[in-house]
Design a protein around this ligand. Structure first.
Ligand code: ADP
Length: 202
């Protein structure tokens, strides 16, 4: 084995942050299917990018069909799905990007695991509860999933035949049946500014 190799510890998160001029963090959106997670995540990503803050969204489309395409919907696979998303979000956050995840993530234990991964790495983690009554979500049903679930075609569908465990202390609680997409985005962005996680947007 070569003896003339020096191990480089690499930049610390703070050093990277100083160079990029922004802090990294993960914004973890959770809520029922059709609660508005993807819609709000997309608008939030655009909003932050518009103000020069690097942000990146992780959702079913870019994760389930790539990194996690080997996973199904058994309990073990669902846990592994969330664990991998949390690990990837953490890497984005460590790279000083604002990672925005939009997954139902119905189980408290899974969300707590995601939070702990970030806590251990000293990276900020915000749980955002996108709250909507199941009746409203079912009425929206943009992908026709509730209809299929009611017809018994999708077993263990969150909110219909599988539980959704509400966050007990989300950092931000948005009500997508009362607030517009823009208002929800503003609520999240205002929280980030108030916590000193992003610069004032102007
Ligand atoms: P999820 O990612 O939680 O499954 P989506 O964002 O894919 O939800 O779908 C939510 C649907 O609800 C979209 O068709 C969106 O246009 C609609 N919608 C209506 N009002 C709102 C609102 N105030 N906030 C978010 N989404 C809303």
């Amino acid at each position: 084995m070569a003896t003339n190799i020096t191990w480089h510890a690499g930049l610390t998160h703070d050093e990277r942050s100083k160079i990029s001029g922004q802090k990294g963090l993960t914004i973890w959106l959770t809520g029922l299917s059709a609660s508005g997670k993807s819609t709000i995540a997309t608008a939030l990503e655009q909003h932050l990018l518009h103000y020069g803050i690097n942000a990146y969204r992780l959702d079913g489309d870019n994760v389930r069909f790539g990194l996690n395409k080997d996973l199904g919907f058994s309990e073990a696979d669902r846990n592994e799905n969330i664990r991998r998303i949390a690990e990837v979000a953490k890497l984005f956050a460590d790279s000083t990007t604002v990672a925005i995840t939009s997954f139902i993530s119905p189980y408290r234990a899974d969300r707590d695991t995601a939070r702990k991964l970030h806590d251990d790495a000293k990276l900020p983690f915000l749980e955002v509860y996108v709250d909507v009554p199941v009746e409203v979500a079912e009425q929206r049903d943009p992908k026709g999933l509730y209809k299929k679930a009611r017809a018994g075609l999708i077993p263990e569908f969150t909110g219909i035949s599988a539980p959704y465990e509400e966050p007990l202390k989300p950092e931000v609680h948005v009500h997508s049946d009362k607030a517009s997409v823009e208002e929800s985005v503003k609520q999240i962005a205002d929280y980030l500014v108030a916590q000193g996680l992003i610069k004032k947007l102007e």
